[in-house]
Each structure stands twice: as structure tokens, then as C-alpha cells.
Design a protein around this ligand. Sequence first.
Ligand SMILES: C[S@@+](CC[C@H](N)C(=O)[O-])C[C@H]1O[C@@H](n2cnc3c(N)ncnc32)[C@H](O)[C@@H]1O
Length: 382
Amino acid sequence: MPRRRSPPRHGRRSDTRPAAARPAARPAADRRAADRRAAETVPVELAVAPGLVDLALHELRELARRSRRPIPTTRVGDDAISLAWPGAHAELHDLRTVQFVSRVWAFTVPRPKALLGDEALRTLQGGLRQLAAAAPFTGLRLSAAGRDSTVMRRLAAALAEPIGLEPRDDGDLLVRVRRAEAGGWEVLARTTPRPLSVRVWRVCDRPGGLDAALAAALLRWVGVRARDRVCNPMLGGGTMLIERALAGPAACLDGFDLDAEALACAERNAAAAGVAERLRLWQADATSAPAGARSERYDLQLADPPWGDAVGDHADNAALYTGLLAAAAARAAPEGRLLLVTHEVRLAERVLAGHPSWHVVAERRVWQGGHRPACLWLARRP
Ligand SMILES: C[S@@+](CC[C@H](N)C(=O)[O-])C[C@H]1O[C@@H](n2cnc3c(N)ncnc32)[C@H](O)[C@@H]1O
């Protein structure tokens, strides 16, 4: 007698696909672990200077490996990386190439007014309370299209009041409201009072100081090698050399500047960064070779010469850049690298065209405070 097929169980459609085409059933323990992980992840966005996103992604993956977290899936834009971080968002504050970290809340609401509804407001107030408990914010700054509208003013007040802050234009708890790409609205809150790129070590500022996150990213780009003898002519406040010291060991870390005040400033910053004892700093002209009393040959030189706006003069820069490249070549080890960051893009191109000592290995344009400098990775010709 032919066996009767048992009827499908109530409420379930039978899967008529061949076994090979059916998704493998996940053991319950796996499913529970995946659910737990999803519940523990924190949606965040990393703000990154345009032109550096690939380097920030690389650092993010390194951080995940180091902290034994699964490599997060990311959505990458020109100036931001979105991800669900499987841990506390504060772990991301170790990223040196990132401008700042924001906590993200997404709402499937048609317009911002709905963010004043009970549920959305409770979520946001709870989230901001957690951020405020971890860092000393002094005021809340709302950034949104229509920031001065009644709805946005009410929202700013409703978010600030429960955490004892005032809505203020110079507030350091930066809350952004924007339309979400996939529909609905998003609220983002910066997790630290100051951007991460404003380093704690910067106790002394110099005109034309380089953004530290940019410096950190470019150093990763040209390579951080423990055997490198590193030199930073035109040191200024010391951004590049200090970030290089913080990035890892080096055979030596030398820096010099023509200006005694710049040197004093770099010394103070290096002390605040806890790297002063690893640096050798002195006063010298970067266009004369070799550098001061040192006769070292360098594997890596780092230079952001004057751009002719905040520091220096366009008229003098042609001679300065020519002199810098010639002297840097004399200081370079065979196959030595030179990282040159400049907004004098045409001048750099002109001076480097057919240069007898340096050739361009790679170039990238980045954004820094309204400028779009060229970052040139040069290598010493044999
Ligand atoms: C744009 S700043 C460097 C900024 C630095 N990276 C920082 O973040 O603070 C340029 C520096 O080059 C120095 N400089 C200009 N001409 C020089 C020369 N011929 N030799 C050495 N240093 C020079 C200036 O004194 C200034 O400190």
C-alpha cells in the first residue's frame, strides 16, 4: 500500500525545494549567539576627512582584530564610515585616523517633528544620558536643516534638559539630525566633547599646524616600520613627528626647525604626549644638508613646508621647496621615503617634474580645514 504523505503542519508551508537548495538549519545555540551579538552592537558613524577613508577602514579592522571583535560590516561614504560596533563605542576612541565618533539612532518617521514623540524621545534621552555620564559635556549644539525652526528648538531643549545642559551654539555635545538614506530620520551624537583629531597632547599651537588625524593616516600610508630612521625637517609644533612616535617604535626620531619658538612648542607637545625622551630636536635650516650637526641618513622624512598662507610666502616658496628637496635627498638613505604635504600643488609638481633625486610613488588629495593639500609619497632615486 502506498504510504500517505503526512499533511503539512498547521501554520507552516512545506519547503518543496531539494535539500541542497534549502538553507542549512542553524543550531539554536548559534542563533542565540548571533541574536545576542546583534543586540550588543552599537550603531556608530566615524567621521573621516575625505581622501582618507581607506586608511581609516584599515585602522578600524586592525582595532577589531586587536580587541578580538568580529570585523564589522561597514557602509562607506566619502567622509564617513557607518557600522555596528560589537562592543562599547568608547573602544573606537583609540582610532587615530578618525575625526570623531558619533552614536547613531535611526527612526522610521516621516518628519523630524515625530522625534518629539514619546518613544523616540525616550530612546534619545536615554542614549544622551549614557554619553553625558561618560564625558563632561558643557552644552548641547543641535545641527540640522531648519535648526532655528520651532520643532528643532523644542527638540534641542527636550534633549538638553534631562541631562542638565543648555542648548547652545557653542555646545560641545554635537547632535545632528538628518534624513536617512534609506528613508526616515537619523539622530547622531558625537561621543566626545572635542573631536578625536584635537589631541590631548596639543598643549601648544602653531600657525599652520597639521591636523593630527591627517598626519596619523598619512603615516600609516607611507608605512610605520620599527627599523626606520625618521626625520621631520620644518617641524613646527611637531605634529608629524609626535604622531609617528605614538604610532610605534623607530630607530630614531629627529626633528628640526629654523624657528626657536616652534622648537619650544614642539618640545611642550612632545612632553604632553609622553614621547619627549624619544625625540632629538634642534634648530637648523631644512634647505642645508646635512641637517645641523647630525650625519644620519634617514629612511623616512616627513615634511609639511609652509603653504604660503598661514605660514611663509608664495614668492619665497619656489626657492624653499627646491632647497628642501635637494637637502632631503642628501639626508636620505638609499631608497629613503619622503612624505611631503603641501597646498602649493602646482609648485610641487613643477619642482618635482624630472627631479634628479626624487620620484613620486603615490599621491592623494585630502581635505584639511578648507584646504585641499596634496600628499606626496616620494622615493629617493638610486
Ligand atoms: C607649516 S609649518 C609646519 C607645521 C607643523 N607640521 C605642525 O603641525 O605644527 C612650517 C614650519 O617650517 C618652518 N620653516 C620654514 N622655513 C624653514 C627652513 N628653511 N628650515 C627649517 N624650518 C623652516 C617654520 O618655522 C614652520 O615652523
